[in-house]
Write a protein that binds this ligand. Structure first.
Ligand code: AMP
Length: 204
Protein backbone atom coordinates (compact mmCIF):
# COMPACT_ATOMS: atom_id res chain seq x y z
CA UNK A 1 0.00 0.00 0.00
CA UNK A 2 1.31 3.44 -0.90
CA UNK A 3 0.09 6.25 1.34
CA UNK A 4 0.77 9.96 0.94
CA UNK A 5 0.53 12.27 3.95
CA UNK A 6 -0.16 15.92 3.25
CA UNK A 7 -0.58 18.81 5.66
CA UNK A 8 0.91 22.15 6.63
CA UNK A 9 4.20 22.24 8.50
CA UNK A 10 3.50 21.32 12.11
CA UNK A 11 0.40 19.26 11.32
CA UNK A 12 2.10 16.13 12.69
CA UNK A 13 2.73 14.25 9.44
CA UNK A 14 5.99 12.77 10.71
CA UNK A 15 4.49 11.66 14.02
CA UNK A 16 1.49 10.02 12.36
CA UNK A 17 3.63 8.48 9.61
CA UNK A 18 5.71 6.70 12.28
CA UNK A 19 2.59 5.27 13.92
CA UNK A 20 1.06 4.07 10.62
CA UNK A 21 4.42 2.69 9.51
CA UNK A 22 4.66 0.52 12.64
CA UNK A 23 1.05 -0.62 12.37
CA UNK A 24 1.16 -1.51 8.66
CA UNK A 25 4.79 -2.59 8.75
CA UNK A 26 5.80 -0.49 5.76
CA UNK A 27 8.61 2.11 5.70
CA UNK A 28 8.11 5.78 6.48
CA UNK A 29 9.86 7.98 3.94
CA UNK A 30 10.36 11.56 5.09
CA UNK A 31 11.86 13.66 2.33
CA UNK A 32 12.88 16.34 4.84
CA UNK A 33 14.73 13.73 6.95
CA UNK A 34 16.42 12.37 3.83
CA UNK A 35 17.62 15.86 2.94
CA UNK A 36 18.83 16.49 6.49
CA UNK A 37 20.83 13.25 6.45
CA UNK A 38 22.76 14.13 3.28
CA UNK A 39 26.48 14.91 3.45
CA UNK A 40 29.00 17.00 1.50
CA UNK A 41 28.25 18.99 -1.65
CA UNK A 42 24.69 17.77 -2.04
CA UNK A 43 23.89 18.73 1.57
CA UNK A 44 25.19 22.24 0.92
CA UNK A 45 23.00 22.47 -2.16
CA UNK A 46 19.77 21.38 -0.42
CA UNK A 47 20.52 23.42 2.72
CA UNK A 48 20.50 26.55 0.58
CA UNK A 49 16.78 25.98 -0.15
CA UNK A 50 15.81 24.50 3.23
CA UNK A 51 17.27 27.42 5.17
CA UNK A 52 15.35 29.88 2.99
CA UNK A 53 12.09 28.00 3.57
CA UNK A 54 11.92 27.10 -0.14
CA UNK A 55 11.31 23.80 -1.89
CA UNK A 56 14.36 21.93 -3.12
CA UNK A 57 14.25 21.65 -6.97
CA UNK A 58 11.95 18.89 -8.20
CA UNK A 59 14.50 16.95 -10.20
CA UNK A 60 16.91 16.59 -7.29
CA UNK A 61 14.03 15.64 -4.98
CA UNK A 62 12.49 13.01 -7.26
CA UNK A 63 15.90 11.45 -7.99
CA UNK A 64 16.48 11.00 -4.28
CA UNK A 65 12.99 9.54 -3.83
CA UNK A 66 13.43 7.12 -6.75
CA UNK A 67 16.63 5.79 -5.17
CA UNK A 68 14.88 5.15 -1.86
CA UNK A 69 11.72 3.53 -3.19
CA UNK A 70 13.67 1.18 -5.42
CA UNK A 71 15.01 -0.54 -2.27
CA UNK A 72 13.71 -3.98 -1.34
CA UNK A 73 12.06 -2.82 1.90
CA UNK A 74 9.73 -0.57 -0.13
CA UNK A 75 8.48 -3.46 -2.25
CA UNK A 76 5.24 -3.90 -0.25
CA UNK A 77 4.54 -0.19 -0.08
CA UNK A 78 5.54 2.88 1.93
CA UNK A 79 4.30 6.08 3.53
CA UNK A 80 5.38 9.32 1.93
CA UNK A 81 5.74 12.24 4.32
CA UNK A 82 6.54 15.50 2.54
CA UNK A 83 6.12 14.31 -1.03
CA UNK A 84 4.58 15.40 -3.35
CA UNK A 85 4.70 19.07 -2.44
CA UNK A 86 3.58 20.46 -5.80
CA UNK A 87 1.59 19.36 -8.85
CA UNK A 88 4.72 18.63 -10.86
CA UNK A 89 5.95 16.22 -8.18
CA UNK A 90 2.50 14.58 -8.02
CA UNK A 91 2.61 14.00 -11.79
CA UNK A 92 6.17 12.66 -11.61
CA UNK A 93 5.14 10.29 -8.81
CA UNK A 94 2.17 9.07 -10.84
CA UNK A 95 4.57 8.00 -13.57
CA UNK A 96 6.49 5.68 -11.26
CA UNK A 97 3.98 4.29 -8.71
CA UNK A 98 0.25 4.06 -8.00
CA UNK A 99 -0.74 5.96 -4.87
CA UNK A 100 -3.54 4.17 -2.96
CA UNK A 101 -4.53 6.74 -0.38
CA UNK A 102 -3.86 10.39 0.46
CA UNK A 103 -4.38 11.66 4.01
CA UNK A 104 -4.69 15.37 4.67
CA UNK A 105 -3.88 16.32 8.26
CA UNK A 106 -5.59 19.66 8.55
CA UNK A 107 -4.67 22.41 11.04
CA UNK A 108 -4.92 26.18 11.36
CA UNK A 109 -1.80 28.32 10.80
CA UNK A 110 -1.79 29.66 14.34
CA UNK A 111 -1.52 26.17 15.80
CA UNK A 112 1.00 25.13 13.16
CA UNK A 113 3.29 28.02 14.09
CA UNK A 114 2.92 27.37 17.83
CA UNK A 115 3.79 23.71 17.34
CA UNK A 116 6.80 24.29 15.09
CA UNK A 117 8.30 26.87 17.46
CA UNK A 118 8.23 24.34 20.28
CA UNK A 119 9.40 21.35 18.20
CA UNK A 120 12.68 19.59 19.00
CA UNK A 121 14.06 16.46 17.30
CA UNK A 122 16.66 13.78 17.68
CA UNK A 123 19.31 13.73 14.96
CA UNK A 124 20.22 10.14 15.73
CA UNK A 125 16.88 8.28 15.69
CA UNK A 126 14.53 10.90 14.19
CA UNK A 127 12.14 11.05 17.18
CA UNK A 128 10.22 14.33 17.34
CA UNK A 129 8.97 16.04 20.53
CA UNK A 130 6.96 19.11 21.37
CA UNK A 131 8.19 20.96 24.43
CA UNK A 132 4.63 22.08 25.27
CA UNK A 133 2.48 19.08 24.49
CA UNK A 134 4.76 16.07 24.16
CA UNK A 135 8.04 16.82 25.99
CA UNK A 136 10.87 14.29 26.49
CA UNK A 137 11.02 12.75 29.99
CA UNK A 138 14.48 14.22 30.63
CA UNK A 139 15.19 17.78 29.52
CA UNK A 140 16.41 17.96 25.88
CA UNK A 141 17.27 14.25 25.86
CA UNK A 142 15.72 11.68 23.52
CA UNK A 143 13.51 9.14 25.33
CA UNK A 144 14.26 6.55 22.65
CA UNK A 145 18.05 6.66 22.28
CA UNK A 146 19.35 9.10 24.91
CA UNK A 147 20.87 11.50 22.38
CA UNK A 148 20.71 15.31 22.91
CA UNK A 149 17.71 16.88 21.17
CA UNK A 150 18.08 19.84 18.80
CA UNK A 151 15.94 22.53 17.22
CA UNK A 152 15.87 22.54 13.41
CA UNK A 153 17.57 25.64 11.96
CA UNK A 154 14.58 26.21 9.65
CA UNK A 155 12.12 26.20 12.57
CA UNK A 156 12.27 29.96 13.03
CA UNK A 157 9.35 32.33 12.50
CA UNK A 158 10.52 33.80 9.14
CA UNK A 159 11.10 30.40 7.62
CA UNK A 160 7.84 29.01 9.03
CA UNK A 161 5.83 31.84 7.47
CA UNK A 162 7.55 31.31 4.13
CA UNK A 163 6.98 27.55 4.30
CA UNK A 164 3.30 28.00 5.10
CA UNK A 165 2.98 30.47 2.23
CA UNK A 166 4.56 27.88 -0.08
CA UNK A 167 2.24 25.21 1.31
CA UNK A 168 -0.89 27.13 0.29
CA UNK A 169 0.55 28.16 -3.06
CA UNK A 170 2.28 24.93 -4.14
CA UNK A 171 1.08 22.00 -2.03
CA UNK A 172 -2.60 22.66 -1.40
CA UNK A 173 -3.42 22.40 -5.15
CA UNK A 174 -2.14 18.80 -4.98
CA UNK A 175 -5.27 17.92 -2.96
CA UNK A 176 -7.52 18.35 -6.00
CA UNK A 177 -5.12 16.18 -8.01
CA UNK A 178 -5.86 13.40 -5.49
CA UNK A 179 -9.54 14.17 -4.85
CA UNK A 180 -10.66 10.54 -5.45
CA UNK A 181 -8.19 9.10 -2.93
CA UNK A 182 -8.35 11.79 -0.28
CA UNK A 183 -9.35 11.48 3.35
CA UNK A 184 -9.18 14.39 5.80
CA UNK A 185 -8.44 14.26 9.52
CA UNK A 186 -8.52 17.04 12.09
CA UNK A 187 -4.87 17.60 13.06
CA UNK A 188 -5.66 19.80 16.05
CA UNK A 189 -6.58 16.76 18.15
CA UNK A 190 -4.20 14.82 20.39
CA UNK A 191 -1.67 12.52 18.71
CA UNK A 192 -3.43 9.30 19.81
CA UNK A 193 -6.84 10.56 18.69
CA UNK A 194 -5.57 11.49 15.20
CA UNK A 195 -3.80 8.14 14.89
CA UNK A 196 -6.95 6.31 15.95
CA UNK A 197 -8.97 8.17 13.32
CA UNK A 198 -6.45 7.43 10.58
CA UNK A 199 -6.10 3.75 11.49
CA UNK A 200 -9.88 3.38 11.58
CA UNK A 201 -10.13 4.90 8.10
CA UNK A 202 -7.41 2.45 6.99
CA UNK A 203 -9.46 -0.40 8.42
CA UNK A 204 -6.82 -1.30 11.05
P1 AMP B 1 10.05 18.89 6.29
O1 AMP B 1 11.00 18.10 7.13
O2 AMP B 1 9.01 18.06 5.64
O3 AMP B 1 9.49 20.08 7.03
O4 AMP B 1 10.93 19.51 5.09
C1 AMP B 1 12.01 20.38 5.36
C2 AMP B 1 12.42 21.07 4.08
O5 AMP B 1 12.88 20.11 3.12
C3 AMP B 1 11.30 21.82 3.34
O6 AMP B 1 11.06 23.11 3.88
C4 AMP B 1 11.89 21.89 1.92
O7 AMP B 1 12.92 22.86 1.82
C5 AMP B 1 12.54 20.52 1.80
N1 AMP B 1 11.59 19.54 1.24
C6 AMP B 1 10.93 18.55 1.92
N2 AMP B 1 10.13 17.86 1.09
C7 AMP B 1 10.29 18.41 -0.14
C8 AMP B 1 9.74 18.16 -1.43
N3 AMP B 1 8.84 17.19 -1.65
N4 AMP B 1 10.15 18.94 -2.47
C9 AMP B 1 11.04 19.91 -2.29
N5 AMP B 1 11.59 20.22 -1.11
C10 AMP B 1 11.22 19.49 -0.04
Amino acid sequence: MIIVLIGPQGSGKGTQAKIISERLNIPHISIGDLFRSLKGKLKKEVDYYINRGELVPDELTINLLKKVISKKECEKGFILDGFPRNINQAKMLQEIVKVDLVILIDIEDELAIKRILSRVSCKKCGAVYNLLTNPPKKEMTCDVCGEMLYKRTDDNIESIKKRLENYYKETEPVLSFYKDKLIVVDGSQEIEKIAEEILKKLGC
